[in-house]
Design a binder for this molecule. Structure first.
Ligand code: CTP
Length: 423
């Protein structure tokens, strides 16, 4: 339908980006599940056709009323979304007008102008993402490879199309790492030099909200970080980012030294042990450990720039206080009940951050609290107290607290077979 709608208007329609790359990477037998499809329209002659992508999306939505239509004015793109459709499943189709981008200054948000498919592909990040398949006649099915993308897919190289690519968009450094690790490709040596040059020239400062810029770049960095830190290959990607000096995009002082690497690995163990049900956002905890490694005065600002949720920002800002209280008071807790009273003031992510940042004594106690002591309950509840003849009232919570403390400290034993029997 999309092809017909485009053809009747005299336009060409192309499949571009990740879908083409993934189709070419799949072996002949293999099937690719495309959930995210990018289409580009070109071949128009009137400037009014700048909105061709949006017009086509609107026409398609008439044909497929089940699809939701979203229009993004700034870049003249539209998206059609199917959610749990009986025929299509969940599918996201972006339709854009072929465009050229101008970067008014390095790392700026691009300004956009309609153009041909070749120019549209030239503005993209890597040769392997700059391939297109023509979907409309004549020559429907033809593969457009202007920049050697097929060869790079075969030789497994991540290669930029031009020298300024990372200066214009520093988040592409993270994308290069993501694709390299995910696909098992190599960052081509000249491309690696461009990355190192961009970082050496201080491009990372642009990502940190300097020059009063709009936060669009930080949003893109956050979404790249999320992609990387939630993927199964996150450790390899983090190492490669560190090797390229790219962690400076998070903060100029951030380095993956031995100590931070140890903390990151400890975190992985903590999350496996204490959050197997994934109630926490694991990618975000990884990012929090990186941010918590920075000097205190930077943490809040970095978390803010990366638009982390407010509870995460507050946790990072108050981490020193929590850490001080725990480290100072833990050795004074002579009974387990006192230790439980101390640690239950903090939420799980705070305890995990304190555990990974501190020596064995602190870590062991937090570990035992999380695995054993926090699960111990008082042997009686309010109903039991009532049944034993105590008058209900506020004293119940005090009595139950005393009972819990006594149980934790081993002063009270419960007969499992007959819980009412307490010694
Ligand atoms: N793109 C780019 N520069 C960026 C982000 C995106 O040039 N900073 C281009 C790439 O050509 C990419 C396309 O926009 O192929 C779509 O972006 P995205 O959906 O993020 O990437 P995919 O290649 O589809 O990757 P994935 O399979 O991970 O979704």
């Amino acid at each position: 339908k999309a092809f017909q709608e485009a053809e009747t208007r005299g336009w060409h329609l192309y499949l571009v980006g990740g879908a083409v790359r993934d189709l070419l990477l799949a072996d002949n037998e293999g099937q690719v599940l495309l959930e995210d499809i990018d289409l580009v329209v070109d071949g128009f002659h009137r400037s009014a056709d700048v909105g061709a992508g949006v017009e086509l999306a609107k026409a398609l939505q008439q044909v497929y009323p089940a699809a939701r239509l979203e229009v993004h004015g700034q870049f003249q793109t539209a998206a059609l979304l199917w959610h749990n459709d009986p025929d299509l499943g969940s599918l996201w189709v972006d339709i854009a007008t072929a465009r050229t981008e101008f970067y008014p200054y390095p790392a700026a948000n691009p300004e956009v102008e309609a153009s041909s498919i070749r120019q549209d592909l030239y503005r993209r990040d890597f040769t392997i993402n700059a391939l297109a398949v023509r979907l409309t006649e004549p020559r429907a099915g033809e593969l457009l490879d202007f920049f050697g993308g097929v060869l790079d897919l075969q030789s497994q190289q991540i290669r930029v199309l031009h020298a300024n690519s990372f200066i214009e968009d520093p988040t592409r450094i993270y994308r290069a790492v993501r694709f390299a690790v995910r696909l098992g490709f190599e960052i081509e040596p000249q491309t690696e030099r461009y990355i190192r040059h961009a970082i050496a020239s201080g491009i990372y400062e642009q990502v940190q909200g300097k020059n009063g810029r709009a936060p669009a770049l930080e949003t893109r960095l956050k979404s790249e970080l999320k992609y990387i830190l939630q993927a199964p290959y996150w450790k390899a990607a983090l190492n490669l980012l560190a090797d390229l000096g790219a962690l400076r995009c998070i903060h100029p002082t951030l380095e993956l030294d031995k100590n931070l690497w140890w903390q990151v690995r400890l975190l992985a163990r903590c999350l496996r042990r204490f959050d197997a049900q994934k109630s926490l956002e694991h990618w975000q905890m990884r990012l929090e450990v990186l941010i918590a490694y920075l000097a205190t005065e930077y943490r809040g600002k970095v978390a803010n720039n990366l638009q982390l949720p407010t509870d995460s920002i507050a946790r990072l800002q108050n981490l020193d206080k929590a850490q001080f209280e725990v480290v100072e008071n833990l050795p004074k807790c002579e009974q387990i009940s006192k230790l439980v009273q101390l640690l239950r003031r903090y939420d799980l992510p705070t305890l995990i951050l304190v555990a990974v940042k501190n020596p064995r004594f602190v870590r062991r106690n937090i570990w035992r609290y999380l695995t054993e002591w926090r699960n111990i309950k008082a042997p009686l509840n309010g109903n039991d107290l009532k049944a034993l003849g105590y008058k209900p009232g506020p004293q119940y919570s005090k009595m139950l607290d005393v009972l819990l403390a006594a149980t934790l400290d081993g002063v009270v034993c419960v007969n499992e077979a007959s819980p009412q029997e307490i010694r």
